[in-house]
Design a protein around this ligand. Structure first.
Ligand SMILES: Cc1cc2nc3c(=O)[nH]c(=O)nc-3n(C[C@H](O)[C@H](O)[C@H](O)COP(=O)(O)OP(=O)(O)OC[C@H]3O[C@@H](n4cnc5c(N)ncnc54)[C@H](O)[C@@H]3O)c2cc1C
Length: 386
């Protein structure tokens, strides 16, 4: 690679996408000089990234499986009297494990992977970036991985928002598999459920989650519902060791992208599943594809990948429009119940992986609109989501 530039790849932002890109680049191009520039004092923020095993295609596992992650062979959903064990592997990566992994990767890279913290990038261009400190760094390929776009709200949005606690219990939790939707009868602020990941018998992540019309998270209300949930399951004594909250955009229409001055990946480039808000499946695929070509071909690779996913993103926006515009907030839970009641594991897996076929989409949709859904309003939503 050329020495004209300070590095081959400059990844701006030190979150999920850039960590995955760096891991894939170390695998496919071990001699490439990669720099990650992160604005804060540490990589990876305060996240837990979950994914289905089917989100990561077998051919990506040769580099992805190095990443430390929790694995469960199945998970559960519970909607009142309806209960299902979904026999799809489920996994989670904790930010602190991810951070250590990337730091170790850099330490073992003979300076090919460099991590710079407290580096606030002010301007980004195709071949160079400028930091707040006025330092300038040149790269054969700059990739903008700075997380969500500030302008995303322009397109019309619903929100998936959550407030979570990591807790240490005084005795073991009753269930050793994740419960990704435990839906209480009381449906306030849209579709509401509790999400539970049992990392260890006495260490859980619990999230109070809403598919809501508003982005505001109410920590006091959520803390009360998490406390009540733990008490209902016989756990009065517990210690909260960490909190985690977030609000994922669920757009109704294609975002109006500002004219890009550099390539954009991760949330910044719109690489997320618009109907789940999750980005890991697309971030892994993007990392795999981009890392296999030289920096000069990264743009072409991203264009091809975007084309491959375009119709699925349109379909996701249609689902969001149906969910948030046409279904009254307190009826939203029926949509998710029917999704789990009517679909086999194979379709559920492909749906979450953003790898569904048109037939899968039809099956998701037929299980999705509540009856009676006015046909003309449905058609109008379809046109607006294109
Ligand atoms: C709390 C939470 C939980 C989530 N859980 C899941 C999940 O379970 N599964 C899933 O698939 N998705 C999940 N998501 C959605 C999505 O995967 C995450 O938001 C993911 O972190 C997005 O990756 P990213 O690399 O695009 O952005 P981020 O991981 O947010 O990284 C962006 C980084 O850029 C840095 N940055 C910003 N501006 C600058 C600048 N000017 N200069 C330098 N650095 C800058 C930020 O500090 C940050 O570290 C979750 C989101 C949230 C908020």
């Amino acid at each position: 690679m050329t020495a004209l530039f300070d590095c081959d790849y400059c990844l701006v932002g030190g979150g999920l996408q850039s960590g995955l890109l760096a891991t894939a680049l170390r695998h496919y191009q071990p001699h490439a000089r990669v720099r990650i520039l992160e604005r804060t004092a540490q990589l990876a923020g305060n996240h837990t990234w979950s994914f289905h095993s089917t989100d990561v295609r077998p051919e990506f596992r040769n580099w992805f499986s190095q990443l430390p992650h929790h694995q469960w062979p199945s998970y559960r959903v519970r909607f009142g009297d309806y209960h299902r064990v979904v026999k799809l592997g489920y996994n989670s990566i904790e930010a602190n494990q991810f951070r250590r992994f990337i730091a170790d990767l850099a330490a073992a890279s003979d300076a090919h992977l460099q991590l710079t913290m407290n580096a606030d990038v002010k301007h980004l261009h195709r071949h160079h970036v400028q930091l707040d400190s006025d330092e300038s760094i040149s790269a054969h390929c700059v990739i903008d991985c700075r997380g969500p776009q500030p302008t995303m709200a322009d397109t019309g949005l619903g929100f998936q928002k959550f407030f979570g606690w990591e807790v240490q219990l005084h005795r073991p939790w009753h269930c050793d598999s994740p419960i990704i939707m435990d839906v209480p009868v009381d449906q306030t602020d849209g579709f509401r459920f509790i999400y539970v990941l049992p990392f260890e018998p006495q260490r859980l992540l619990l999230q109070d989650t809403y598919f809501s019309d508003s982005a505001a998270v109410d920590p006091i209300l959520s803390a009360a519902s998490l406390t009540a949930y733990l008490q209902e399951h016989g756990h009065r004594d517990f210690t909260v060791t960490r909190t985690e909250h977030g609000c994922l955009p669920m757009p109704f229409a294609a975002p109006r992208r500002p004219s890009a001055t550099a390539l954009a990946a991760g949330y910044r480039g719109g690489w997320f599943h618009v109907a789940t808000g999750y980005s890991l499946p697309l971030a892994v695929e993007l990392a795999d594809q981009v890392a296999q070509v030289p920096p000069s071909q990264a743009e072409r690779e991203l264009t091809q990948l975007r084309r491959r996913h375009q119709w699925r993103s349109r379909f996701g926006r249609l689902l969001n429009r149906l969910l948030f515009r046409l279904v009254p907030p307190n009826a939203r839970q029926q949509i998710f119940r029917r999704f789990y009641q009517s679909l086999p594991e194979s379709v559920i897996g492909r749906f979450y992986a953003h790898d569904f076929s048109q037939l899968d989409a039809l099956r998701v949709l037929l299980g999705r609109p509540p009856r009676p859904l006015h046909f003309r309003r449905f058609l109008r939503s379809f046109q607006e989501s294109l």
